[in-house]
Design a protein around this ligand. Structure first.
Ligand SMILES: C[S@@+](CC[C@H](N)C(=O)[O-])C[C@H]1O[C@@H](n2cnc3c(N)ncnc32)[C@H](O)[C@@H]1O
Length: 339
């Protein structure tokens, strides 16, 4: 008998793909509105092949995503917000990214094990050159980031306590998942997303959609080449996990240099437990960071050390109820560059 944990690990690939296909073909949207329908009824409503649909539903039920009783299907307890495209918790954009971008890259792990990452990736384009190969890829990646980051950002913005801040610089802020949440929570705040030029039109569209164009703007730039815009709060959401320690310290020093006296830096990341025994999502995404970027996930203590090396004082850790947490560094009022 295969141990249950091993069985789930072996067949996990089917779960990710089944989630993606079900989302694409409207199965979750249907079950959100018509819980308890049978496979023939769902197939007729969605105009899809009944045999294929039923096999898919049985896989999702075996993984506990659906409840199946007497041939009738319903979303299992607690699942709906994460599969409903109309819900801010929805993870399906992220599942698209896993299937379209991440899965194809795991083949390189064998090379990493034999020859190391540096040697294996020698002729590979830089991470965002391949992720942003055309506008469709940019849009897909930014949707994935929005779906991962926006909901928890409401909690992170509250934890960051930005009531005394006036100018947020959201470094690598993408289409604004954190900036939008921060602007909603703090009416006196303005935000600038500083990101690669390809991101500009997506941020502008989001600012219009959210009716925030008067307080949310875009600065095109490359954080390796350009100085960061000045502000009293620089945010790094899922940025430092893309890069190695030396690069992170260099980026944080740039924020220190661009920070006004009394300025603050916000690092928002998944965190490893101190013994790196979990959580599961952090361990998995740490492997993803290895194949997709040049970074890794870290514990809270490791981020505090990066802040200290960049010249920030009084690092504090504030945990959200989700899987993205906040580490705050304060720039001493009198301090100059952190070098
Ligand atoms: C993993 S995403 C994080 C998005 C967002 N901050 C969040 O928390 O969801 C990394 C972001 O860094 C941006 N980025 C990557 N390289 C950059 C560079 N050299 N200069 C500026 N932004 C960059 C990407 O365009 C992307 O928006």
């Amino acid at each position: 008998m295969i141990p249950a944990n091993l069985e789930r690990a072996v067949y996990g690939m089917y779960a990710t793909h089944a989630l993606r296909v079900a989302d694409r073909h409207g199965v979750f949207a249907h079950l959100t509105r018509h819980s308890g329908d049978s496979a023939p009824t769902i197939a007729a409503a969605l105009a899809v092949d009944e045999d294929t649909l039923e096999r898919l539903l049985l896989v999702l039920a075996s993984f506990g995503v659906l409840d199946a009783e007497g041939g009738r299907y319903a979303l299992a307890a607690g699942v709906r917000p994460y599969v409903d495209r109309d819900d801010p918790h929805c993870l399906m954009g992220f599942v698209d990214h896993l299937v379209d971008d991440t899965a194809g890259q795991f083949g390189r792990l064998g090379g990493y094990l034999r020859a190391g990452k540096a040697e294996t990736d020698r002729d590979r384009p830089a991470p965002f050159d391949s992720l942003y190969r055309d506008d469709e890829s940019v849009g897909r990646f930014l949707d994935a980031m929005w779906s991962l980051s926006h909901h928890v950002s409401h909690e992170l913005a509250a934890l960051a306590d930005l009531g005394d801040r006036r100018q947020l610089i959201d470094v690598g802020g993408a289409s604004g998942p954190f900036s939008v949440a921060a602007l909603r929570a703090f009416p006196d705040l303005r935000a600038t997303v500083f990101d690669l030029p390809q991101v500009g039109p997506h941020l502008a569209a989001r600012a219009t959609e959210q009716k925030l164009s008067d307080r949310l703007d875009f600065a095109a730039g490359d954080f390796f080449r350009d100085p960061l815009p000045p502000g009293d709060c620089h945010a790094f959401g899922y940025i430092l996990s893309d890069w190695d320690d030396e690069t992170c310290v260099a980026l944080l020093r740039k924020a220190h240099e661009a920070g006004l006296p009394g300025g603050r830096v916000l690092i928002m990341e998944r965190l490893f437990d101190d013994d790196r025994g979990g959580p599961l999502a952090t361990s998995v995404m740490n492997l993803s960071m290895h194949v997709e970027t040049e970074g890794r996930h870290r514990s809270a203590g490791e981020y505090l050390e990066l802040l200290r090396r960049a010249g920030f004082a009084d690092g504090t850790v504030r945990r959200s109820s989700g899987d993205k947490h906040l580490i705050i560094g304060e720039r001493r009022a009198e301090s100059g560059s952190g070098r």
